[in-house]
Write a protein of this length. Structure first.
Length: 405
């Protein structure tokens, strides 16, 4: 694939994904806040709904909620579903574009498991499907009546899947697939439960029958699950830009800590919006979780391991048959880039190679050939501000090598 086309394709897909994600997350947060703010009114029987007054954009809004649906329905209603669908669809295509099309660089790590490309893609997609099937099965079981037990088992399952991904993919690919699996659970809730249940309720009303109250309760439970998963999913989506989160052998533990921290932050707001107080302990526990995640992540940094008194990480070894960059190319890259992109960076303020990209051996340079072409030949983005003074002649030599097949 042409590198400029590939770069722009990834940028546009990421742009759409972020925009649709903002819309979905915004509506989720809004409706959780709205539900918590509802007050009883005479027109709606006690325990069957309520209303809330809001001020926005110079106007006043009265929003009413009917737990068992009103007697009459308007001809037109706003359905909040496409925010979810478009977020998942754009995210899936972004996953395909970056991690499946670029599996050799971003998804497959020979030091973890030397997988064929198609096998890696199949495992990735299978993981997303497995996550949904297991989660949906748990929600359809008797556990749905026991929130704490369901949350505990669901938490353990997500951490287990993160551990499994970490033993198959690169660290970056493992965390992105854990986040994508959770996002699939969330969008699956909308597509398979929330919207179908709403349609069943409307059909019953139009037929003159009383809808089954359990349909609304099921939809509300799934919506609440989505709300508590939102912040951890966002963290995992952003983790690909921060190698400290995925370069440690204990990345799956960081996933668990972030799950707890994100859920507690949402719990604080859900409780406070309902007027039930301000459980500040949630912030304290969340802060401890993030501090522990930070401490664990330092095990992936040579500087951090030294501070913790741990042994140095084993040297990355490649098979004898692994591709190698020519000597003149390796000299240029290691001379201009390896002060940052090395197992032990020497540039002040950098504790781990940016994006986890190592360029301190001929094998690693060959593995990152396309990235070097984009960053040093096509865009001149690296080295940053040309701090190491890479010359035009050196870039020409890198161009000849990176464009060769």
């Amino acid at each position: 694939m042409d590198p400029i086309f590939a770069e722009w394709g990834g940028l546009l897909l990421r742009w759409v994904h972020v925009i649709t994600g903002i819309a979905w997350i915004g509506s989720s947060f809004y409706f959780m806040h709205l539900d918590a703010s509802l007050k009883a009114i005479p027109e709606i029987p006690v325990g069957k709904g309520g209303a809330a007054w809001e001020v926005h954009g110079g106007g006043f809004y009265e929003v009413k909620k009917y737990l068992e649906a009103p007697v009459h329905l308007p001809k037109e209603m706003i359905w909040h579903k496409w925010q979810s669908y478009s977020t998942w669809i754009s995210g899936f295509f972004l996953l395909v574009w970056v991690y499946y099309a670029g599996a050799d660089l971003y998804l497959i790590d020979p030091q973890v498991l030397d997988l064929p490309r198609l096998a890696a893609v199949a495992i990735g997609m299978g993981g997303l499907a497995t996550g949904w099937l297991v989660y949906d099965g748990l929600c359809r079981s008797r556990l749905i009546k026991h929130e704490v037990a369901l949350a505990t088992i669901g938490f353990a399952f997500i951490v287990f899947m993160a551990w499994c991904f970490q033993h198959v993919f690169s660290g970056r690919g493992a965390l992105i697939h854990t986040g994508a699996m959770m996002a699939t659970m969330m969008s699956g809730n909308v597509f398979f439960t929330i919207i179908p249940n709403q349609r069943k309720i409307i059909a019953e009303l139009l037929a003159g029958r009383t809808p089954d109250p359990s349909l609304g309760k099921q939809a509300k439970a799934r919506s609440t699950h989505n709300n508590y998963l939102t912040l951890p999913v966002l963290f995992l989506m952003l983790s690909s830009h921060n190698p400290l989160t995925y370069s440690t052998p204990y990345a799956y533990v960081i996933v668990g800590l972030v799950l707890i921290a994100g859920a507690l932050v949402r719990h604080y707001y859900n409780v406070s919006h309902a007027g039930l107080g301000h459980p500040l302990w949630t912030w304290a526990v969340a802060a401890v979780c993030i501090w522990l995640a930070l401490w664990i992540s330092s095990a992936s940094s040579p500087i951090g391991r030294e501070r913790l008194g741990l042994k140095p990480l084993p040297e990355v070894k490649f098979a004898v048959s692994a591709p190698k960059a020519p000597a003149h190319v390796a000299d240029i890259v290691m001379g201009r880039c390896s002060m940052c992109h090395a197992t032990e960076p020497v540039w002040p303020g950098i504790g781990i190679a940016p994006k986890g990209v190592l360029l301190d051996t001929p094998e690693m340079i060959a593995r990152n050939k396309e990235a070097i072409r984009m960053q040093t030949v096509i865009t001149h983005a690296m080295p940053p501000n040309n701090l190491t003074e890479m010359t035009r002649e050196e870039r020409r030599k890198l161009a000849e090598w990176s464009e060769s097949r």
